[in-house]
Structure formats: structure tokens, C-alpha cells
Design a protein around this ligand. Sequence first.
Ligand SMILES: Cc1cc2nc3c(=O)[nH]c(=O)nc-3n(C[C@H](O)[C@H](O)[C@H](O)COP(=O)(O)OP(=O)(O)OC[C@H]3O[C@@H](n4cnc5c(N)ncnc54)[C@H](O)[C@@H]3O)c2cc1C
Length: 454
Amino acid sequence: MTTTQGRPTVMVIGGGFAGFYAIRRLQRVLGGKADLVLVTASDYLLYAPLLPEVANGVLEPRDIAVPYRQTLRGVRVLVGRVRELDLTAHTIGLDCPEEGQVDLRWDRLVIAPGSVTRQFDIPGLREHAHGMKTLREATYLRDHIIAQLDRADALPEGPENDDERRRRLTVVAVGAGYTGTELVAQLQFWVSRVTGRWGRLDPSQVRWVLVDVAPQVLPELGSRLGAHALGRLRRRGIEVRLGVSLSEVDDEGVTLTDGTRIATNTVVWSAGIVPSPLMASLGLPTQRGRLEVGPDLAVRGAPHVWALGDAAAVPDLAVSERSDNAGGRPITAPTAQHAQRQGPVAAANVAASLGLGVSRTYRHRDLGLVADLGGWDAVAKPLGVPLTGPVAKAVARGYHLLALPSLSARVRVATNWLYASVLPTRVARLDLVRRDDALIDRAQGIEDAGVPGS
Ligand SMILES: Cc1cc2nc3c(=O)[nH]c(=O)nc-3n(C[C@H](O)[C@H](O)[C@H](O)COP(=O)(O)OP(=O)(O)OC[C@H]3O[C@@H](n4cnc5c(N)ncnc54)[C@H](O)[C@@H]3O)c2cc1C
């Protein structure tokens, strides 16, 4: 075994929900008995479920970025992107922003690089659409929407500018799962409250279109809550177009698969996810692109390697069959709820492989999802109980506060929620992110990986 001063090196790739909770537990169970290394693309855990609240300005980006240097003392954190993984030679190739290419060895490896936005071969999508998976994307989208309001307001009055004004004041979001639905609902709520600050605009001029090929919104929450959410969105003036998708995107708008043309400068794409491109490079069995593992999260055919979170196909022992998994064995949904709970199981099994404690299998009954639609609109299904309105909103906020992994993050988020409820909504355009850097491939590091994300 490769050791540093007699200690094995335990490496975790990816510091999201899965990797963070794995290494945090490893810290406790292995103490000084192993060198713990976290290799990850940023120096913070991103609490992704609250990204829409960064896009609408209720929260600041740092509120949902939990720094490893504060929460993971005693862990060596290496910020960079893993390019190569050799499961036989026990090495990784890492691209670091400062040092360039670095090769590292490990004795035990936990793989948790998460997922990226699923893109299809739709002409213009990669060049014009923006996703919602990173702080860069959320920050850009907020500034971009404010910029569209600025420019629409600045256009001289007159019919010759009507088309451009309409285009700038139209937002098309694709994907009516929880990410797309929450995002469009929260953005609409925010913009409708501030549009009056532009002297020549009013909220009714801003057009919101939510598109999905599925027959309902929020399928994760079931048909009853989906129908409730749909009613609320439509009452607020959001056009929801179901059963269609995009056939083309260009710099003047989108064409839907039913032939409808919508002129817009703002296309938000959140039509699902695919596992990190790193998984496909391993040449091991996958299910829907997720690396196959056993109930103990161990990667078959690769001793001393475990995988978890969105990147792994973890058997779901708590359900006998899952409708979204036609033909295969049931696997856990790609949610933070599962990823966070798989972390400690992987940690226990790494420790057991080093002779400390006993190994465990992963089993967790889904607690349900929440969706905050802005204002007092929300839907939630905790433990299968359908909730709507202010009660669902309270459950959603309580859930997020509990799930945030540090006390200081909880205090910051709770304080900003309080401020947002009593102070005027902030509208300042900071232009911190360039448009091209916020495109899905670049923002999510898909380009860097050199592997297509579809
Ligand atoms: C907008 C939004 C809302 C959501 N809402 C909910 C919700 O309400 N409830 C819920 O349960 N789930 C929700 N999710 C899903 C949840 O965020 C994911 O399921 C969860 O983050 C998966 O955890 P993970 O650790 O597998 O991956 P991630 O959290 O994505 O972490 C992956 C980590 O790997 C790093 N990484 C990636 N590639 C590399 C590489 N090549 N080299 C080094 N490091 C790498 C990344 O920087 C990151 O730190 C939401 C997601 C989004 C985007």
C-alpha cells in the first residue's frame, strides 16, 4: 500500500453533497489514521437547491457556497478538475488552475463528481441557452434579465421597436421539473415586483414561457401537486406549453417542435441531467450513464473504489420498482437527499476496508421533495403528504435550513430571507460573468472535460 509516513491515502473526487458528507465522516472515523484528500473543481460545497434564489437576488452567491477550508479542517483540499482516472494503477490526473497537470496516487478512492445539464443535439442550444447548475449561471442569469429590462426601457417609443422590445421582455425556460419550474416561477415573482422601477415598463409586458415535452409540470411531486402548481403558474400569467420541446435556438429566439416561433433573448435550459463525463471514460458498466455500484457503493471490478451521488447507479433497496427506470433495477433518484446520505455509508465502507468498523449497505426511504414557486406559492410532499401554499412554503424553508451543512450558512440564509420579507427587493446589475463563460458547457466544465455532455 502506498503510504505517507505509514498512512494510507484516502481520496474523494467531488465535493458536492455526496463527496462532502463522505469526507466529513471519514474525518471522524479515520482521524489521523489516514491522509484525507478532497479533489474537487471549486473550494466550496454548492447548496444547489437554493440556486433559483440567487438568480432572483433573495440570496447572495456566497450564502449557498459552504467553504471547505472552514468546514473540513485536517483535510487536504486540492482544487482542480480530474481529467484521468486509472483504477488499476491507483492514480488520477488532475488539472489545477495554478500548478497545471498534477498526478496523484491513492489507496482508497471515493468517486462523486455529480452530474451536468443534459443537452440534446438541438441546433443553437449550446451557443445560446443557459443552464442552472452553478453559481456562475445563476449570477449571469440575474444580470442578463436586468440588462434586458434596461435595454427594453431604453428603446425609443414607436412601432419600429416593438419587436425588439417584445423579444427582450420574453423569457423561455425549458424543463418543467423542479429546477425549471422553481426557477421560472421565482424569477417571474421577482420581476413582476420590480418592473415598475423602469419608468416605461410594466409587469404585463414581460412574457414568461415554460416548455416541457412531458404532459405535466413537477412530475417528481405527482399529478395532484403538479396540477396545483400548473394552475398557480397559469394564474400568474406564465404560459406553460406541455408536450412540446425546442427544435432550434438562434440569437433571435426559439422554434418549438410544433412549429411555434417565439422571439426571445433569454433561453434557460434545465431539461434534466446526465452523470459527469468522467464516468463514461472509465469503461465500466453504467446504467443511464451512472456508474454501477453494489448496495455497499463499491464499484464492481475495481477493488478499493466506491462511487455515489448523481454519478452512480446506486441500488434503491427501499423501492421494489421505479417507474423512471424501465427495464433496469431500481436505482436511487439523483437528489441531494440521497447523495448526502450515501456519503457516510461510503465512508464507513472505506474505514471497514482499512480494518476500522464494519461495512454497511445503503438504504433510504425518500422523504419527498419541495418546490418553492415564489411568494407564498409552494408545493411539497414530505413523507407522501401533499401540501400547498404557506404551509408548503414553511416546510420547504425548514427543509433547506436543516439541510444546509453549516450553522453559519443557515444563519446567513435565514437572515437574508428575513431581510427579503421586510426590505425592498434589490435590483443591481453587477455584470460579473461574461455571457460565453455562462454557457452550459463552459460554466459546468463540460468543455474542459473534453467529453460531450449529451
Ligand atoms: C437548481 C437545482 C435544484 C435542486 N433542488 C433539489 C432539491 O430540492 N432536493 C434535492 O434533494 N436535490 C435537489 N437538487 C439536486 C441535487 O443538487 C443533486 O442531486 C446533488 O447535488 C448531487 O450531489 P453530488 O454530490 O452527487 O453532486 P454535486 O453536488 O453536483 O457535486 C459534484 C462535485 O464534483 C465536483 N466535480 C465535478 N466534476 C469534477 C472533476 N472532473 N474533477 C473534480 N471535481 C469535479 C463539482 O465541483 C462538485 O463539487 C437540485 C439541483 C439543482 C441544480
